[in-house]
Write a protein that binds this ligand. Structure first.
Ligand code: PPE
Length: 308
């Protein structure tokens, strides 16, 4: 991966190579951290962070569900991110805030361990490849079910929960696919290892509901709004496994993956990106890059000091 000069760690800007933790950090052993994935894009008005407030709110919510208070306010995290982007000299980048239980007592009760925070930024290209973003990726259904609410918390973007995605991703890539799609505990289509999923059939767009163990994706919400604004019907309902293979078009959304079409599932051809995918992808890209004033309030402009 490409690196950056500085990382923000517990209130200080430190050199990338000095952003270290103790090996007995609670989160290293038990996964007791929560994180976000955010992107900043180059716009005509400088670098702009897409839906920054929503991401910081979800970070706070993820932490709350694991009995952690953010050690810094959302405002402090927001301003630290602005400064980090400016001091690293990025016009666009991926942003990774992490809030985690630090070094303290060992054992499963984390409540006496300090809650710490870090923010890293780096340049991250197309998550599933440029070619995939353009022409679609190939996926298989995972043999692993997405974590269910009776054992973990699908609504929380918690570090330890990602072992589920890691296993599905390893399985899919070892078998020669770009991505794995997980079913939920009831056998309905849930999501990719790091993306929400949308299915198009006879002109209607379908996506699994909040109650289907999905992560409440911020790009999912944005794409639902954009598609509706374009006049498409978007229905949130359970999706059967076979429906995905028999659909006209499928696409995935996520911060890292942005909007990536899916052209094949389990070696069954869905086809190259279709007209609805193309239209929504184009409008979404315009929103991300500040080219549509309708979505201007989704962008948090990074104040860049003038060179003069
Ligand atoms: N589901 C999962 C499991 C998920 O991890 C993500 C984001 C989404 C859905 C989409 O959420 P949103 O980004 O708010 O639209 N995955 C993040 C982590 C990827 C990684 O490899 O790390 C991301 O896209 O940043």
């Amino acid at each position: 991966m490409t690196t950056a000069d500085l990382i923000w760690l517990n209130g200080e800007f430190v050199a990338w190579e000095d952003a270290k933790v103790h090996v007995l950090t609670h989160a290293m052993h038990y996964g007791t951290g929560v994180f976000e994935g955010i992107r900043a894009y180059e716009t005509e008005r400088g670098p702009a962070i897409f839906r920054h407030q929503e991401h910081l709110r979800r970070l706070e919510d993820s932490a709350k569900l694991y009995y952690m208070d953010l050690p810094f306010s959302r405002d402090v995290l927001r301003e630290a991110t602005h400064e980090l982007i400016v001091r690293n000299g990025f016009k666009s980048c991926y942003i990774r805030p992490l809030v985690y239980r630090g070094h303290g007592p060992m054992g499963l009760n984390p409540l006496d361990n300090p809650v710490e925070a870090a923010i890293a930024v780096w340049e991250w290209g197309a998550y599933l490849g440029e070619e995939g973003k353009l022409n679609g990726v190939r996926a298989r259904f995972s043999s692993y079910r997405r974590i269910s609410p009776d054992s973990l918390i699908p609504h929380s973007k918690a570090s330890g929960q990602y072992l589920n995605s890691v296993l599905a991703k390893i399985e899919a890539t070892k078998a020669g696919y770009d991505e794995g799609i997980l079913l939920d505990d009831k056998g309905h289509v849930c999501e990719g290892t790091g993306e929400n999923v949308f299915v198009i059939k006879d002109g209607v767009i379908y996506t699994p509901p909040q109650s289907a163990s999905i992560l409440d994706g911020i790009n999912r919400k944005s794409v639902i709004q954009i598609a509706r604004d374009l006049g498409h019907e978007v229905v949130e309902r359970d999706i059967a496994r076979a429906e995905l293979a028999l659909s006209d078009e499928v696409f995935l959304t996520g911060t890292a993956a942005e909007l990536t079409p899916l052209r094949e599932i389990d070696d069954i051809e869905i086809g190259p990106p279709g007209p609805v995918t193309r239209e929504v992808q184009g409008a979404f890209d315009d929103a991300l890059h500040g080219r549509n004033p309708r979505y201007a309030d989704w962008l948090d402009l990074v104040p860049v000091p003038s060179q003069a």
